[in-house]
Design a protein around this ligand. Structure first.
Ligand code: ARG
Length: 460
């Protein structure tokens, strides 16, 4: 068993196996090895430049670290539980590689500023991965939208058919939602992009370090201003998990729509076989498990957000070991969001839209009631409340006759107001219904085409 570098003569007894078990995080934080080594190399380079260590010792350390990086990458290194975490594992390996000079690397730093820096670097990289994945997803929605500017679908409120929209318009709603997610992630990135390295355990250091050098090397915007805050701060973790939670909430809403749309009751879309699962007992079934799992995973991510908020809320400044639990939550949220994005993107790409079923759903509803009310206002100078009341009466009449609004003849309509002209019949068609929704952000095909153009230049 390797000797833990943080055990010294001050300890008379070995750590108990129980404490070792609860204390170790290497099984989780080994995912930070890239960042930990980058952070150590930057620190070492800064110490050479600041004459805290000699150039030859520094170069030996950097070379050793680069070799270790290669070995870990090639799976040649077995991490040791007894060494607690990624920082100690790498330090111990450095000792093995270059001997006692390795002991100079931890000058003027602590694991506290080290772990905060590592995790910031890791999250920064993942923000760009998620951002890119969402961008591709927006592209997928836009491709679907371009093909369906004239495809009619029922628009819902309260899951009741409310009005007619185009399928493209519905797709573009997701482009906007995910656009906000991207801007939130970038916002999180701006605040995160300050370098905690050089804060030491919590008080800073008596060595003449130059934080500008590590800041530049690690591509941070500037060095953090307060050493206590630097090692206490996990806002960037919370913000990142919040961003992921909201992305997952958006994904879950889409997943729910996919589940509904692919059900026998809607049949608006057909999922491809490669994205459906079968039942072990019911041979006729094709289930939308992918979408359902995305919906399920979003609950886990939201729980991670609640967990990290709870971990931090009752913690005195500065570093406390509870913070070690943060990484599991970050990694798990990231992994789940990434796979969810990929699964749903593939689903949107490969699903087949059933235009006839969507049109049938519209025709089996009074989705154009609002168009009738609007026409009464525009053509016959009704106040909206009066036209609303009259339309209600007409809907009631149609219900009694077992018809829908658009199935009423002009003769029947004229019974309610003799001034109604024949034109009203065409106004009640779903095609005209969407054509007339020309207000900014509305579902008229011309608007949606414009919205697609704008989205392409804004997001892609
Ligand atoms: N593994 C620890 C963590 O993730 C690193 C920091 C340990 N610091 C300490 N003072 N014990 O939080």
């Amino acid at each position: 068993m390797k000797k833990n570098p943080s055990r010294n003569e001050n300890f008379k007894k070995e750590t108990s196996s129980l404490l070792k078990k609860i204390n170790k995080s290497i099984d989780i934080d080994q995912r930070l090895f890239n960042e930990d080594i980058a952070c150590s190399i930057a620190h070492c380079y800064m110490m050479i430049k600041s004459k805290i260590i000699s150039s030859s010792d520094g170069k030996t350390i950097i070379k050793g670290l680069q070799q270790i990086h290669k070995e870990i990458k090639n799976n040649k290194f077995k991490f040791e539980d007894s060494l607690e975490d990624i920082h100690m594992n790498i330090e111990s390996l450095l000792f093995k590689k270059i001997g006692p000079i390795a002991g100079k690397l931890h000058t003027a730093r602590s694991r506290n500023d080290q772990v905060a820096t590592d995790l910031k670097l890791w999250i920064r990289k993942k923000i760009s991965i998620i951002d890119n994945e969402i961008k591709n997803f927006q592209k997928t929605f836009i491709t679907a939208a371009k093909k369906n500017v004239h495809t009619l679908m029922p628009g819902y409120t309260h899951l009741q058919i409310a009005q007619t929209v185009s399928f493209a318009h519905h797709m573009m709603a997701y482009v906007e939602m995910f656009g906000r997610d991207r801007s939130r992630l970038n916002n999180c990135l701006t605040r995160l992009n300050e370098n905690p390295l050089g804060s030491g355990a919590l008080a800073g250091t008596s060595f003449n370090i130059n934080r500008k050098i590590t800041t530049k090397l690690l591509l941070f915007k500037n060095a953090t201003a307060n050493s206590i805050d630097s090692v206490s701060d996990r806002d960037f973790v919370i913000e990142f998990i919040f961003c992921l939670s909201l992305i997952s909430v958006h994904l879950s809403r889409l997943a729910e729509e996919i589940v509904l749309w692919s059900s026998q009751h809607f049949q608006f879309i057909k999922l491809p076989d490669e994205l459906s699962t079968g039942s072990s007992i019911l041979p006729q079934k094709k289930n939308p498990d992918g979408a359902e799992l995305v919906r399920g995973k979003s609950s886990l991510i939201i729980s991670n957000l609640s967990a990290i908020l709870n971990i931090i809320k009752s913690m005195p400044l500065s570093y406390n070991k509870d913070m070690q639990e943060d990484k599991k939550l970050v990694f798990d949220s990231f992994d789940n969001v990434l796979i969810s994005l990929k699964v749903l993107q593939e689903t949107i790409k490969k699903m087949k839209i059933n235009k006839i079923k969507m049109l049938n759903a519209i025709n089996n509803s009074n989705a154009t009631a609002i168009d009738l009310s609007d026409a009464l206002v525009k053509e016959l100078n009704y106040s909206f409340r009066d036209s609303y009341a009259l339309t209600g009466k007409i809907v009631n009449y149609a219900n009694k006759k077992n018809k829908f609004l658009h199935e009423l003849s002009i003769r029947e309509l004229k019974k309610f107001d003799n001034n109604l002209s024949k034109q009203i019949i065409s106004i009640l068609s779903p095609q005209n219904s969407i054509k007339n929704k020309k207000s900014v952000g509305g579902t008229a095909p011309e608007n949606v085409k414009q919205a697609i153009k704008q989205a392409v230049s804004k997001y892609l």
